[in-house]
Design a protein around this ligand. Structure first.
Ligand SMILES: [Zn+2]
Length: 456
């Protein structure tokens, strides 16, 4: 690994730079972009479309690439495969499965190059690869935010610290002889993060002053005409709610995202403050927590019980059923996924069953697709029929709102703006914002779709 201090790429300006949108430009998920610099490529993210695998969330490692492809869960990289030998690096910006989850499935025997990510992202990827039957043997390179890595004479990768809903998220900057390509997918501006530090605004402005050739950014919350608020607000919401419920003799179940380590810190801490033992159930949650502990990002001091799946937690469910007032169950399943722990409890499929007065706290948003919304509506109906108390929306998003995006574009002042991570509606809405800021459609702001190459 070569770490260099000054970014010293060849300043030949006549080299071709192209953006190859492979996944995540015609849907929200399965993110994958290739940047072509001369005759070399760098891949940015290889993610899953989680909606297509939600039902089998806990068992993705058992599904073959062929099965996942048929389900529409993988990006279609057929346009890039003939150039696979020219791919010099796969760079992953953060540890969410819609950005990194398909690396083990698609790098195997196709892309013979290193995978570069921050230490947490690489550790999560390592855990994912460990579970696979056919393990890709790509070299995994951990690089901290604020560092650079020279991939080739014409390509240097830099990581800039960004806040998001999983630790050590990076804006990936590809320095090319033609200028910097900045990939902010995903991010928010959190002024008071619960874990980690604020976005490196100084470096964003520096890059803006040096000249950014293109900026790509997620558009997940583009329809939110606001700014996304800080994770520290969720901590206050939890304090208020859990102390309100303190002393209850009924079950408390918190449903959240497995990758949200900051949120888990809040919940674990407060569970003990209301004298309940935190119990975590879920394969994915176990993967993320073990990655965070392995790189010493957190130390939960083992003051919780953790089970890597429903089967392994059988005895614990029996104990929960008998002594529901002693524990606080933390699990996933906010989309109402048929295979998730919460859905299984609601359907009486486990030894722990809901009774009247039990409490379920949803600390996550539902990805707004018809299937998810239908599943979630069914789940909530089942819970209410049982007399379960439901507390919704104890959550803030990990994605910037429309006003945040405006600030990012102003800060970086890119020559080209390319909205990403969304279908046509979201990308167009972000393009509209850029038009308001003086960009020109098709000239300096580009609405791409999967497979449509953009030459810069
Ligand atoms: Zn993300």
């Amino acid at each position: 690994m070569v770490l260099i201090k000054n970014i010293n790429v060849n300043k030949k300006k006549d080299i071709d730079v192209e953006i190859w949108p492979i996944g995540g430009y015609s849907e929200c998920g399965r993110n994958m972009t290739a940047v072509k610099v001369g005759d070399e490529f760098v891949i940015l993210d290889i993610g899953l479309n989680m909606e297509k695998v939600a039902e089998s969330d806990l068992e993705i490692h058992l599904l073959s690439p062929k099965e996942l492809k048929l389900a529409g869960a993988l990006p279609d990289d057929s346009m890039l495969k003939p150039f696979a030998k020219q791919v010099k690096a796969i760079v992953v910006g953060h540890a969410h499965l819609d950005h990194v989850g398909a690396v083990p499935k698609m790098a195997y025997k196709t892309y013979d190059c290193p995978v570069i990510g921050t230490p947490f992202t690489i550790q999560v990827l390592r855990n994912l690869i460990r579970e696979e039957k056919y393990k890709p043997d790509n070299r995994l390179i951990s690089m901290n935010n604020g560092s650079t890595f020279k991939v080739s004479e014409n390509i240097t990768v830099e990581f800039v610290k960004m806040t998001h809903s999983t630790p050590q998220t990076a804006m990936v900057v590809i320095h090319t002889p033609k200028g910097a390509i900045c990939y902010a997918n995903d991010w928010k501006f959190d002024q008071n993060p619960v874990l980690g530090q604020k976005t490196d605004y100084k470096r964003l402005r520096e890059l803006g002053n040096e000249g950014v050739l293109a900026l790509m950014s997620d558009t997940v919350r583009i329809s939110d005409y606001s700014r996304t608020f800080s994770e520290s607000l969720v901590k206050e919401m939890f304090k208020d709610l859990l102390f309100w419920l303190k002393g209850s003799s009924q079950a408390i179940v918190v449903v959240t995202f497995s990758s949200h380590i900051a949120r888990l810190i809040t919940i674990l801490e407060l569970a003990r403050n209301i004298n309940r033992i935190p119990v975590i159930v879920g394969r994915s949650m176990k993967n993320y927590i073990s990655a965070a502990e392995k790189i010493n990002l957190v130390n939960f001091s083992k003051k919780y019980k953790i089970f890597g799946g429903k089967g392994k937690a059988e005895a614990m469910f029996k104990e929960l059923e008998k002594n529901r007032e002693k524990y606080l169950l933390i699990t996933t399943g906010c989309q109402g996924e048929p295979g998730a722990v919460l859905t299984s409890v609601a359907n009486d499929k486990l030894s722990f069953k809901f009774i009247e007065g039990d409490q379920v706290i949803f600390s996550a948003s539902t990805i707004p697709t018809p299937i998810n919304e239908a599943n979630r509506a069914i789940l909530e109906k089942q819970l209410r029929q049982r007399g379960v108390r439901v507390f919704k929306d104890v959550h803030v998003s990990g994605h910037g709102g429309r006003e945040d995006l405006k600030d990012l574009i102003s800060m970086m002042n890119p020559m080209h703006y390319i909205p990403a991570h969304g279908g046509l509606m979201k990308l167009s809405s972000a393009a509209e914002l850029a038009l308001e800021m003086g960009y020109e459609l098709g000239k300096t702001v580009h609405v791409l779709s999967n497979g449509k190459v953009l030459k810069l």
